[in-house]
Design a binder for this molecule. Structure first.
Ligand SMILES: C[S@@+](CC[C@H](N)C(=O)[O-])C[C@H]1O[C@@H](n2cnc3c(N)ncnc32)[C@H](O)[C@@H]1O
Length: 205
């Protein structure tokens, strides 16, 4: 019997749930659950006052807020108007710019970011190659990328399938390398009690 085809890294690209009332409800759930991953991202990238962080797929802005709390200037980007409305409302007191856009079309000038985060979002991107091209464009030399996804078994269904198998994490790492990124690593981490894959990379030049 032949092996099943490997899952693409954006196997939930057609997920319809981030607009309308459903989008707001999901946003409220992400607000309650996103704190540990946000702190993990800030720790792994060592974000501080010298940084401009672009948080792609920022959702309700939890990680953007954490980065701002560590002194970074931050741009949170999301295609969902509902997510951005929630993000602006709950982060009124945080120094974060929220902008509508997508991984495939980042509303950020070239070479302006020192760190790019993509937390629980790559599995939803329509076009991962276009997203990585954009990340290369916006990251300044020395800039770093961090993508985090929950660990999912290959046969996961429902919410549990909104993550990556080890193969998917390795495939994304290979895509980063093919886009000229350096120091690409896949790490097995924990965000609170949740096991996650953390894929990191840097731009050398
Ligand atoms: C599971 S939520 C994660 C939100 C946030 N990063 C967090 O950890 O709480 C996925 C987010 O990715 C966004 N998204 C979907 N497609 C996207 C794309 N092509 N580019 C950027 N963000 C996208 C969704 O609107 C949603 O806010």
């Amino acid at each position: 019997m032949s092996e099943p085809a490997p899952l693409p890294v954006n196997h939930h690209a057609d997920h319809p749930g981030f607009s309308g009332v459903t989008g707001t409800l999901f946003g409220l759930v992400f607000l309650l659950t996103g704190g540990v991953t946000a702190r993990l991202a800030a720790d792994l990238t060592g974000v501080g006052a010298a940084d401009h962080v672009v948080d792609i797929g920022c959702g309700p802005g939890t990680a953007a807020r954490v980065a701002a709390g560590r002194g970074a200037s931050v741009t949170g980007v999301d295609p969902s108007a509902e997510m951005l409305r929630l993000a602006r409302r709950v982060n009124r007191d945080a120094a974060v710019t929220f902008a509508q856009g997508s991984a495939e079309a980042l509303p950020v000038p070239g070479a302006s970011a020192t760190a790019v985060w993509a937390l629980a979002t790559v599995h939803h991107w329509r076009d991962v190659d276009a997203g990585l091209t954009e990340i290369r464009r916006v990251l300044a030399p020395g800039g770093r990328l961090l993508a985090v996804e929950r660990q999912s078994p290959p046969d996961a269904t429902g919410i549990a399938s909104h993550g990556w198998t080890r193969d998917q994490a390795e495939t994304f790492a290979d895509l980063c390398r093919s886009h000229g990124m350096s120091d690409v690593h896949v790490a097995d981490r924990h965000a609170g009690r949740r096991a996650v894959w953390a894929v990191s990379a840097t731009i050398r030049s």
